[in-house]
Write a protein that binds this ligand. Structure first.
Ligand SMILES: [Zn+2]
Length: 290
């Protein structure tokens, strides 16, 4: 692993920890976490405005002395959801709070750095955006509330869906957070236009030397290709399962062992999510045969 990548990982983990700390300090002891509570706790230092901002941005934080203005796009409230706001809107508010609470983000804005429009939920590759996404994940799904649920049983999509309901977050952000907290070997990948858009490996996978999902690569697992082929538009919710060799998903070319795949299509974002799981015994047998 390169030093840059490790440093970035450390920054991103630090952002998630700060998000968790804010939720913990607010005295929240059960999900779901309402980010508006955290905004109210800041009193006059920050004020939030929701509106349909079309395609301009998901969220935006501006410093207008002496306070911060947090804008969030409510267009996603048109998507089906329970509660007042769609989880994507709440995640966006968490993301903007990241720009507010992360010291180097806040200092940048306070010192006259221009506000930027954020695209949230792992769509941006920029480090500050990934930090803000990670902060939001920590804030809405803190380890002290989610960690035990994640590590009670080997991961599967049904458990992730249950937790998503409890925490009232999007399935995408719950899957990512689940993998980030998981001691079992697993990974998540997001597929758009037949290619791997982004992905993450669990600490359980990292311990086995599997660090990175192949970003940008075309999907090469046959069972995943077949599932995609049933309806490439990703316009309807559907689920499926398959399996392949781990080398289809991760950057380690030297590893050979079977992984199980669980697929789920999210029509609102025209995205396919894949939960990739491995058996610890298979990983180490794969090593021995090298
Ligand atoms: Zn942002």
């Amino acid at each position: 692993m390169t030093i840059d990548w490790k440093l970035e990982q450390a920054q991103i983990e630090k952002a998630a920890k700060l998000g968790e700390q804010i939720t913990r300090d607010a005295g929240i002891v059960a999900p779901p976490i309402d980010p508006f509570t955290l905004i109210r706790n800041e009193g006059k230092r920050i004020k939030a405005f929701g509106d349909d901002f079309g395609r301009d941005f998901d969220g935006r934080l501006e410093f207008q002395s002496p306070k911060f203005l947090l804008f969030y796009n409510t267009k996603y409230d048109e998507w089906p959801h329970d509660g007042q706001h769609h989880p994507k809107v709440l995640f966006t508010i968490g993301h903007e709070l990241g720009h507010y609470f992360l010291e180097h983000h806040r200092n940048y804005l306070r010192s006259g750095g221009g506000a930027h429009g954020s695209m949230t939920e792992f769509q941006s590759g920029r480090l500050v955006e990934r930090e803000a996404d990670s902060f939001s994940s920590g804030l809405l799904m803190p380890k002290y509330l989610l960690g035990q649920i994640v590590n009670r049983n080997p991961p599967n999509m049904n458990l992730v869906k249950q937790a998503r309901g409890q925490f009232e977050v999007s399935l995408t952000s719950m899957l990512v957070r689940w993998v980030q907290l998981c001691d079992f070997p697993c990974a998540v990948a997001s597929i758009r236009s037949s290619a791997i858009e982004w992905g993450f490996c669990s600490p359980g996978f990292k311990r086995a030397g599997v660090f990175k999902v192949k970003r940008g690569a075309p999907v090469s697992s046959r069972t995943a290709q077949a599932f995609m082929g049933e309806d490439v538009s990703f316009s309807k919710f559907r689920e499926g399962e398959g399996y392949s060799d781990v080398s289809h998903w991760v950057e380690n070319d030297d590893l050979r062992f079977v992984v199980e795949e669980q697929y789920l299509v999210v029509p609102s974002t025209q995205q396919m999510l894949v939960l990739i799981t491995a058996d610890e015994d298979d990983i180490f047998n794969g090593r021995d045969s090298e």
